[in-house]
Ligand binder design. Structure first.
Ligand code: SF4
Length: 348
C-alpha cells in the first residue's frame, strides 16, 4: 500500500524531493497545492513538471478517506462517518460556533482505554491512524467549508482513540496543521485531549508548543477513577496530577480538565468538593460534560439541578469551570455512536 501524501511534513517532502533529484522548492509548491489550493490529484498541480507529477502519482496516494455517511444537525454540527482503505470506519465532527468552526478528529480506530461511559471503546482498539489519515479529516472538513467561504479555525483531538497512545503520528499531524505554509491553524486554537498517559504528558510538556492540553479526569480520587477509567490502574491519579504540575511549570499554559458527569456515580456534591480540593491553586479550567444515557452501563444523565450544583461548588472554591453546551444532540454526536451503529449494521 502506497503512503498517503498527507503523511508527510513539509520537511519530509523536501527530503523526498532531494532524494529524487528534484530541487527542495518543489516540496513547497506541492505543499501549497495540498493545503492552500487543496487539490486532490497530482495531475492538477500544473506548476510541477509532468515527470514529477507522474512519479508522485506512482509513489503516493490521496484517497485516505471516503464518506460513508454525513449527518447534519439543526444547530449546524456535521458528523462524518468515513471509511478507510481497510474497511474500518472513523468519525469526524465539525462544530459550528459563533466564533468559528471547530473540527473534532479521531486518532485511532476504536480505543483500548476502556472508559466505561464511551461507545468508542466497546470493540477495543483496531489500529492507529497514520498522520495522513488524521490530516485528511481536517482537509475534508475544510473542503466542505470552502463551499461557504469559511475556514477551520480550531481543532480538538477528542474523537475516538487516545492520541497519546499514537503519539508520533499525532505530533506529525499537529506539525502539518500548524505549519504556516499548510492550513496554518493557530497553535492556541488546537487542543489535544488525553486520558492521562503519564509518560507522554511529560513528553508533550517538553515539545515547546502553544497547543492546549486537556486531561480527562472524570473523578476526584483513585478509587472512583479506576472504576470509570481502567487506565487509572496503569497511571494512577496522583501520577497524572504530578505530570500536570510538571506541564504547568514547564509551559505556563492552563490545563483543561474534562469531567464527564454521570448520574449518581461521580456527580455528588462531595465529589465536587473533593475535586476542588485537588485542583486548588492550579492554573486550570474544568469542563463539565453531562453524559447521556448509556444503556450498556445503566448510566443515567445528571439532573439539571445537580449539574448546576456541581458547577457552583467548584466556582465557590475558586475553580474556573464551565458546563459544556451540547451540540448535535439530534444526530447522535456523542463519541463513537455513529461508528457503533455502522459496525452493528455490518455485522447483521
Ligand atoms: S473516552 Fe476517549 S480514551 Fe476513553 S475509551 Fe473513549 S475514546 Fe478511549
Amino acid at each position: 500500500m502506497k503512503p498517503i501524501i498527507y503523511d508527510y511534513t513539509l520537511e519530509r517532502l523536501r527530503d523526498w524531493m532531494k532524494e529524487n533529484g528534484e530541487p527542495a522548492f518543489r516540496a513547497d509548491q506541492l505543499f501549497d497545492w495540498l493545503y492552500a489550493k487543496r487539490v486532490e490529484r497530482f495531475e492538477d498541480m500544473t506548476n510541477l513538471p509532468k515527470g514529477l507529477r507522474e512519479k508522485l502519482d506512482d509513489q503516493f496516494r490521496f484517497a485516505a478517506l471516503h464518506e460513508i455517511t454525513r449527518l447534519e444537525s439543526k444547530d449546524g454540527t456535521v458528523k462524518f462517518l468515513f471509511g478507510l482503505h481497510d474497511n474500518h470506519a472513523i468519525e469526524t465532527v465539525i462544530m459550528r460556533h459563533n466564533y468559528g468552526n471547530s473540527v473534532c478528529v479521531t486518532t485511532q480506530v476504536g480505543c483500548r482505554i476502556g472508559c466505561t461511559f464511551c461507545a468508542s471503546t466497546l470493540g477495543g482498539l483496531k489500529r492507529n491512524l497514520t498522520a495522513g489519515e488524521i490530516v485528511a479529516q481536517v482537509v475534508t472538513a475544510q473542503k466542505m467549508l470552502d463551499r461557504i467561504g469559511e475556514r477551520v479555525s480550531s481543532i480538538v483531538i477528542m474523537g475516538s482513540g487516545e492520541p497519546f497512545e499514537n503519539y508520533e503520528e499525532t505530533m506529525t499531524f499537529l506539525r502539518i496543521m500548524i505549519h504556516e505554509k499548510g492550513l496554518n491553524i493557530g497553535q492556541r486554537h488546537i487542543t489535544v485531549s488525553t486520558s492521562g498517559i503519564v509518560p507522554n504528558i511529560y513528553r508533550f510538556a517538553d515539545e515547546d508548543t502553544q497547543i492546549n492540553l486537556a486531561i480527562s479526569i472524570h473523578a476526584p480520587n483513585d478509587e472512583l477513577r479506576s472504576k470509570l477509567m481502567p487506565v487509572n490502574r496503569r497511571y494512577p491519579f496522583a501520577d497524572v496530577m504530578e505530570a500536570c504540575r510538571y506541564y504547568l511549570e514547564k509551559t505556563g499554559r492552563r490545563i483543561t480538565f474534562e469531567y464527564a458527569l454521570i448520574g449518581n456515580v461521580n456527580d455528588r456534591p462531595e465529589h465536587a468538593q473533593q475535586l476542588a480540593e485537588v485542583l486548588k491553586g492550579m492554573l486550570c479550567h474544568v469542563n463539565l460534560i453531562p453524559v447521556n444515557h448509556v444503556p450498556e452501563r445503566k448510566y443515567v444523565r445528571t439532573s439539571r439541578d445537580d449539574i448546576f450544583e456541581f458547577h457552583r461548588i467548584l466556582v465557590r472554591n475558586g475553580i474556573n469551570a464551565t458546563i459544556r453546551r451540547e451540540q448535535g444532540h439530534d444526530i447522535a454526536a456523542a463519541c463513537g455512536q455513529l461508528r457503533a451503529k455502522h459496525m452493528d449494521s455490518m455485522a447483521r
